[in-house]
Design a protein around this ligand. Structure first.
Ligand SMILES: [Zn+2]
Length: 525
C-alpha cells in the first residue's frame, strides 16, 4: 500500500473517530468568503503539482479511448487522495468516476483529456517542431482540463474534512471527446443520476462562461460496404467495396446542395483497401453529421441511409451501418453560469509575468497574427449561439444543470485548433497559471453551492424552465457498445515512439527543463 493511500485511510479513520465531535465544528463553519480564501490558498499551494499533472498528460499524447497513461495517472492520484474511484465505467476502460464526501449538494466536475491526430509539437517552441513527426499531440490543450477540476476538488475535499461540510464531489474522467464518444454512454449508464449540477472545464484564451444553446447536435456513423475480392487486372471477377464507398460519398456531395445551411457533414475513408491490384472486399467510411436540433439531425441521417443503400445497389455490394455515438447540443444553465461567472470575476485573471507576455507576443508574431499579448480582463458572461462545432458533453446538459468554464491556459495566436500551433502554449508556465485561476473559480462556486442550498434550487428551477417541453432522447441505439476500438492501431504505432518523451510529474525538473526549452524563447520580442 502506498504511503499516500495509508494517509488517506488514516484520514478517513480519523474522520470516523472524530465524527461525534463534528457537530460543534460544523457550527463554527466560517462564512463563504473565508472558506474561499482558504480554498484559494490551498490551490496556490498545489499550483506546481497541478502544472506537472497537465504537462505529464501533454507528454503522453494519447488519442481518444487510448488514454491509458492519462487515466492511470489521474485515477491513482484521486485514489491516493482518498476519493472512491470507479475505473472503466460505462464500458470504457479509460473512463472513470471519482467521489468524495456525502450528502447534498452533489456537484459534478468534468474534464476531457484526449488529444488529436498529427498535432505533435514541442511546447514553447515557436515553429513546427514535433516530438515525433506525424504523431498525435495536444493541439487543443485538453491536458490542462483535468488538473483544473482536480485542483478545485482537492481544495473542496480539504474543507469538507476540516469543517464536516455536507456535500458530495463527483469527478468524471471524459475520454474520447475528440471523437465525441464517451459522455452519451456515461449518461445512458446512469452515471449522472442524482447529481445536482455539473461544471465542465475547457481550456480557452479567455476566462469566463456562457449559457444557453451552444454548438450543434452530432451523430457519428460508420458504413461498411462488402463486395467480392478479386484481381484488379480482370476486374469482372470482383465487386469493389471501395466503389460502394465512393458512390455513397458522391451521392452525399450531391445531396449537400439541397440541405439547410446549418447542416454540416464530413467524412474520412478509414478502410479503402490494401493495394491497387486487389479489389477490396471491404471498405469503411466514417461520417459526422451536425445540425442544430435532434429531429433535423435524425432526418439527415435517414437521407444518408438512403444514399448508402442506393450506393450498395449500384455497385452490387452490401452495406451495414454502425452508429458510434451522438450527442445533443450543449444547453448551458444560466443560473449556474451566473454563479460561476461571479467567481471568475472575484478570482480575476492570472498575474502574468513579463516572461508570459513576451512568450505570447512572440507566439503571435511567429504565427503572423495580431500581437495582443495576454488578456488582463476576464471575459464577460454571454449568451451562447449555436455554432457548428459539437461536444459529447451535450447529452449531460439535458439531464443535469450544466455550465462550462473557459479558463485561460491557451494564448491567442494558434493558426487553428486541432493543429500543432495550438499545442505550443498549453504546457508552459502561462498555461499553468490558467489552471490555477480555473480551479479557484470552480472551488469558489462549489463553496457557494454548499453554503447556500437555495442556489441549487434556483439552478434546478432554471433547468426546468430551459428544458420545458423538450424530451431528451439519446442518439445512441439501444445496446450499442462504446467504440473503444477507435485509435487502437494508431496508438500501437505511436506509443512506443512517444514513450521516451513521457514526463514524470514527480520529476524535480519541469517539462520545459527536461526538454531543454527556454521560456520565453529567445527572440520572443
Ligand atoms: Zn475540446
Amino acid at each position: 500500500m502506498s504511503q499516500r493511500r495509508c494517509r488517506a485511510i488514516a484520514r478517513m479513520s480519523l474522520f470516523i473517530a472524530l465524527a461525534p465531535a463534528m457537530a460543534p465544528l460544523a457550527a463554527q463553519l466560517p462564512d463563504a468568503a473565508a472558506l474561499k480564501d482558504e480554498a484559494f490558498r490551498n490551490i496556490e499551494a498545489r499550483a506546481d503539482r497541478l502544472g506537472r499533472i497537465s504537462d505529464a498528460i501533454f507528454s503522453y499524447s494519447e488519442l481518444g479511448f487510448q488514454e491509458v497513461n492519462t487515466a492511470r495517472l489521474l485515477t491513482d492520484l484521486l485514489e491516493e487522495e482518498g476519493f472512491l474511484v470507479e475505473r472503466g465505467v460505462a464500458g470504457m476502460p479509460t473512463a472513470y468516476r471519482a467521489t468524495y464526501g456525502s450528502g447534498s449538494p452533489v456537484i459534478g466536475l468534468m474534464a476531457d483529456f484526449d488529444c488529436v491526430p498529427g498535432a505533435s509539437q514541442r511546447p514553447g517552441v515557436l515553429s513546427h517542431d514535433p516530438l515525433v513527426e506525424g504523431a498525435p499531440g495536444h493541439g487543443e490543450g485538453h491536458n490542462t482540463n483535468p488538473p483544473t477540476v482536480i485542483g478545485a476538488a482537492l481544495a473542496m475535499r480539504d474543507l469538507i474534512d476540516r469543517y464536516g461540510i455536507s456535500g458530495t464531489i463527483v469527478l468524471y474522467g471524459g475520454p474520447a471527446e475528440e471523437v465525441v464518444a464517451s459522455r452519451g454512454y456515461m449518461v445512458n449508464a446512469g452515471l449522472f443520476e442524482g447529481v445536482d449540477v455539473v461544471m465542465d472545464a475547457h481550456i480557452g484564451t479567455g476566462f469566463g462562461t456562457s449559457f444557453g444553446l451552444n454548438n450543434s447536435a452530432i451523430v457519428s456513423v460508420q458504413w461498411t460496404f462488402e463486395g467480392v475480392q478479386g484481381h484488379a487486372a480482370s476486374p469482372w471477377t470482383g465487386k469493389s467495396a471501395l466503389d460502394g464507398v465512393e458512390v455513397m460519398n458522391t451521392g452525399m456531395n450531391y445531396l449537400r446542395e439541397h440541405l439547410p445551411l446549418d447542416m454540416r457533414f464530413h467524412y474520412v475513408i478509414t478502410d479503402g483497401g490494401e493495394q491497387p491490384n486487389v479489389i477490396p472486399a471491404k471498405a469503411t467510411v466514417w461520417y459526422y453529421f451536425r445540425q442544430r436540433g435532434y429531429e433535423a439531425l435524425v432526418d439527415l441521417l435517414d437521407k444518408a441511409r438512403g444514399v448508402a443503400s442506393g450506393a450498395a445497389e449500384m455497385t452490387g455490394t452490401t452495406v451495414s451501418e454502425r452508429i458510434l455515438s451522438g450527442s445533443w447540443p450543449i444547453n448551458g444553465n444560466q443560473a449556474l453560469a451566473e454563479l460561476l461567472q461571479s467567481n471568475v470575476e472575484a478570482v480575476g485573471m492570472p498575474d502574468w509575468s513579463d516572461a508570459d507576455v513576451r512568450f505570447a507576443e512572440g507566439f503571435q508574431r511567429a504565427m503572423g497574427k495580431t500581437v495582443t499579448g495576454l488578456p488582463n480582463e476576464v471575459s464577460p458572461i454571454r449568451e451562447s449561439r449555436q455554432g457548428s462545432s459539437s461536444s459529447d458533453a451535450g447529452d449531460v446538459t439535458w439531464n443535469v444543470p450544466f455550465a462550462r468554464l473557459s479558463f485561460p491556459s491557451q494564448a491567442a495566436g494558434a493558426l487553428s485548433n486541432h493543429h500543432w500551433s495550438a499545442a505550443i502554449a498549453v504546457a508552459t508556465p502561462m498555461a499553468h497559471k490558467g489552471i490555477v485561476v480555473g480551479a479557484k473559480a470552480f472551488a469558489g462556486t462549489m463553496i457557494d453551492l454548499v453554503t447556500d442550498p437555495a442556489r441549487v434550487r434556483i439552478i434546478r428551477e432554471d433547468f426546468d424552465r430551459q428544458t420545458e417541453g423538450v424530451t431528451w432522447q439519446t442518439l445512441i441505439p439501444e445496446g450499442a457498445e462504446p467504440p473503444t476500438f477507435l485509435n487502437t492501431e494508431k496508438m500501437a504505432r505511436w506509443r512506443p515512439l512517444l514513450e521516451p518523451f513521457h514526463y514524470d510529474p514527480d520529476s524535480p525538473r519541469t517539462l520545459l527543463q527536461e526538454w531543454g526549452i527556454q521560456y520565453p524563447p529567445s527572440g520572443g520580442r
